[in-house]
Design a protein around this ligand. Structure first.
Ligand code: CTP
Length: 417
C-alpha cells in the first residue's frame, strides 16, 4: 500500500505503531490516519475499544491496516495468539487516537477493564495520545490533572486543535488531523535518533500575545502569532528538556511533547509562569501587553450616552524583569526578547541590562523583514558577557533550533554569564 517514494522520505519507514482507537466521534478519521501511516511504510496494528466501535467499524480498520483487529481482552483465540503483552512487545510506539477523557483518566489512574487499558498499563513503550473531547471535558480540572500527570510520566499529547465541535461548541478539543498526527510521529522518531543534552532540565517558555479586556467582548492585543515562541518550546523539548509553554491566545497547534498552559492576560501569564517554576531555563518570547485596561467594564460598553468611553491604562507586571530579579529560585538562564526596528544590538543591550536577564534575542521587526506573523526571522543573540551572534533571514524553526543548541552548550560548559 506504500505510495512510491513517500516511504523513503519519511522517518516512519519500517516503524510499528499500535493504534488504540477509543470512543470519540473523531474515531471516524482513524482509517484515514492508518492509510497515511501505511503509505509512509509504517506497520499499523489496531486495538478498538467497545465504544470506539460505535464510531468506526472493525471491518474498516482491519481492511486498511491489513492486519488482525484486536478488541476483546477475554477472547481466548486473540489472547492465545496475541496477548496484551505481545501486542505491546511487537510495537515501537503506542498511539491512542482519539484519546477520550475516559481513556486518559484510565491511563492516569492505572485502570484495566478492557484490552486497550490493559495494554496501556502493561506497556513499557513510548505512548502518544491525540485527545478528542468536548471543550468543557478538556478544560475540566479532572482532565487537566490527568493530562499533566500523564505528561509528567512521559506520555506525549498531540493537540487537541481548536475549532467547531460535533457537539455544537467551539474551543480546544478537536482531534488533530491525520497528517498532523503523522507529523508528530515523524518528529517523535526523529528525536529518538537525536542527542538529548537538556535531559533532566526544566524550561519555561512564554509565547504569543496577551489579550487585555476592555469589556467582556473587546480587548487590546498585538500581532504576535506565537510561531517563534512555540518553535523554541519544540526545539528545547527535542533536546530533551521538560518544557512548560505558557501561551497567550494563538491560532497555531500546541507543540508535541510540551506541557501547555493557556492564558489570556499578562497578569495570568505571570501567575502561570510563577506556578510553573522552578526551572533551569526561562525564555520570555511572548509579546506581553505593556498595559491593561484599569477600568475594564463588567458589561459590554454601549454607544450613545456621554460620548466615547475613556480607557484608563495601568502598567502590567513585567514578567521577564520579575523572573530575572528573583533571588533564590531564579532560573540559571533567563532569556528575553526585544523587538527593534533600528540600532538593534545597541537597544537590545540596554534592554538586557534594564531587565536583568542573561541573554536577549533581538528581533529586527522593521516592516521590510516581515517578522511579525511571518515564518522567517532575523535575530541578534546578545549575551551579558558581551558575546553576540547574528542569525539573518532564517526560518523561525531554525532560529529556535540554534537558540536551543546555544542553551544546551551553555549548560554543558556550565558557564555562568
Ligand atoms: N516582557 C515581559 N512582560 C512584560 C513586557 C515584556 O515579560 N510586561 C518581556 C517580553 O516577553 C520580551 C521582553 O520583555 O522578552 C520585551 O521587553 P519590552 O520592554 O516589551 O520590549 P519591546 O517589546 O522590544 O518594547 P520597547 O522597545 O517598547 O521597550
Amino acid at each position: 500500500m506504500a505510495i512510491q517514494g513517500l516511504e523513503n522520505r519519511s522517518g516512519l519507514q519500517g516503524r510499528r505503531v499500535l493504534l488504540i482507537v477509543s470512543g470519540g466521534i473523531a474515531a471516524y478519521k482513524t482509517p484515514e490516519l492508518v492509510r497515511r501511516l501505511r503509505e509512509r511504510g509504517c506497520a499499523v496494528r489496531c486495538v478498538l475499544t467497545r465504544s470506539g466501535a460505535q464510531f468506526v467499524t472493525p471491518l474498516a480498520l482491519q481492511a486498511v491496516s491489513e492486519d488482525t483487529l484486536y478488541q476483546d481482552l477475554w477472547n481466548l483465540t486473540d489472547e492465545s495468539e496475541m496477548g496484551h503483552i505481545q501486542l505491546s512487545r511487537q510495537a515501537d510506539v503506542i498511539l491512542v487516537a482519539p484519546a477520550t477523557a475516559n481513556i486518559l483518566a484510565k491511563m492516569a489512574h492505572g485502570l484495566t477493564d478492557d484490552l486497550a487499558s490493559t495494554v496501556l498499563l502493561a506497556t513499557d513503550k513510548p505512548v502518544l495520545a491525540a485527545p478528542a473531547m468536548n471543550v468543557r471535558m478538556w478544560e475540566h480540572p479532572a482532565t487537566r490533572a490527568n493530562v499533566a500527570l500523564l505528561q509528567s510520566r512521559g506520555v506525549r499529547m498531540i493537540g487537541p486543535n481548536e475549532g467547531a465541535m460535533a457537539c455544537g461548541e467551539y474551543g480546544p478539543g478537536r482531534m488533530s488531523e491525520p497528517l498532523e498526527i503523522v507529523a508528530a510521529l515523524e518528529g517523535f522518531f526523529a528525536e529518538g535518533d537525536a542527542p538529548r543534552p537538556l535531559a533532566g532540565r526544566h524550561a519555561v517558555v512564554t509565547s504569543g500575545p496577551t489579550h487585555e479586556p476592555i469589556d467582556p467582548v473587546r480587548y487590546i492585543a498585538n500581532r504576535s502569532s506565537g510561531k517563534q515562541g512555540h518553535a523554541i518550546a519544540t526545539a528545547l523539548a527535542r533536546l530533551g528538556a521538560r518544557v512548560t509553554l505558557v501561551s497567550g491566545p494563538v491560532q497555531i497547534a500546541d507543540p508535541v511533547g510540551v506541557s501547555v498552559v493557556r492564558v489570556e492576560t499578562a497578569v495570568q501569564m505571570l501567575a502561570a509562569v510563577q506556578a510553573a517554576l522552578p526551572a533551569d531555563i526561562f525564555v520570555a518570547a511572548a509579546a506581553v501587553a505593556d498595559w491593561r485596561v484599569d477600568n475594564a467594564a463588567g458589561q459590554k460598553l454601549k454607544k450613545g450616552g456621554s460620548g466615547s468611553p475613556a480607557l484608563a491604562l495601568a502598567e502590567n507586571p513585567d514578567i521577564l524583569a520579575t523572573v530575572s530579579g528573583m533571588g533564590q529560585g531564579r532560573p540559571a538562564l533567563v532569556v528575553g526578547f526585544a523587538a527593534e526596528t533600528n540600532d538593534v544590538a545597541a537597544y537590545a543591550r540596554a534592554k538586557l541590562a534594564r531587565k536583568g536577564c542573561d541573554w536577549i534575542v533581538a528581533n529586527d521587526v522593521s516592516p521590510a523583514t516581515g517578522t511579525f506573523g511571518g515564518d522567517r526571522n532575523s535575530v541578534h543573540l546578545i549575551r551579558r558577557d558581551g558575546g553576540e551572534d547574528i542569525w539573518a533571514d532564517l526560518p523561525k524553526s531554525e532560529v529556535a533550533a540554534r537558540l536551543a543548541t546555544a542553551i544546551a552548550d551553555r549548560f554543558e560548559t556550565g558557564k555562568t554569564e
